[in-house]
Design a protein around this ligand. Structure first.
Ligand SMILES: *Cc1c(COP(=O)(O)O)cnc(C)c1O
Length: 214
């Protein structure tokens, strides 16, 4: 099934879009199957879970952290992950900077629907957060990530993707040091088509590759 799913998705996703397989709860065996089918990037949400899988899978793929990062997990996270997609404060960026060397790639997570229970930078705070983070020479901000609200109809998420793309274009023009806006990570199994229409360069797909999570 994994093979058919990946083939189906790859057939319609433009070649310059990065497909990140969202692998939370999936076994090493399932992940290896996906890699055999051409998956080059995987996204994990939890440090402990990622650590176990990393010891087996190692660096044959690029590792994306797509779950919320706590300060006390940073030291472990930077050993596993090639990119942290969920930086949402100057404080967490400072902590990452403390434990890495020059140019560690991160994305800033945007709370595009301003949902209180969710993490991510509110759109109106992005510029200030970026100005602060741009002073950290060990951090390289490569773009933005957003989840958007959980919706029934993927059309309902379009305004949040559009807003995030506008922020992406706006912050590109700021020309801040250590900030090079290249990656726009948005869209999941039920919304990746809309996300690509709205300018995503990177989509994060779990269910549509591996089936429903149990
Ligand atoms: C689980 C997850 C995904 C993938 O979700 P699906 O609906 O299974 O495709 C994408 N992004 C993040 C941050 C996730 O936690």
């Amino acid at each position: 099934m994994i093979q058919e799913n990946i083939e189906k998705i790859r057939k319609i996703v433009p070649k310059d879009i990065t497909i990140v397989a969202a692998t939370k709860t999936r076994s090493v065996d399932e992940i290896k199957q996906a890699i055999t089918c051409g998956i080059t990037d995987i996204g994990e949400n939890y440090i402990q879970e990622a650590e176990k899988k990393f010891n087996d899978i190692k660096r044959i793929v690029k590792w994306h952290l797509i779950g919320h990062l706590q300060k006390n997990k940073v030291k472990k996270a930077v050993k596993i992950f090639d990119i942290i997609e969920t930086v949402d404060s100057f404080e967490i960026a400072k902590e990452i900077s403390k434990h890495t060397e020059k140019g560690f790639p991160v994305l800033i997570e945007i709370n595009s629907a301003r949902e209180q229970q969710k993490s991510g930078v509110y759109p109106e705070n992005l510029e200030q957060v970026l100005v602060n983070i741009s002073t950290l020479s060990n951090i390289s901000v490569l773009g933005l990530m957003t989840m958007g609200p959980v919706v029934e109809n993927p059309e309902e998420i379009r305004p949040y993707f559009r807003l995030t793309k506008q922020l992406f274009d706006f912050t590109k023009k700021l020309n801040l040091p250590n900030v090079e806006m290249k990656i726009l990570s948005m869209g999941m199994s039920n919304s990746w088509q809309v996300a690509i229409e709205e300018g995503a360069t990177c989509i994060r797909i779990g269910t549509a590759i591996f089936g429903p999570r149990t």
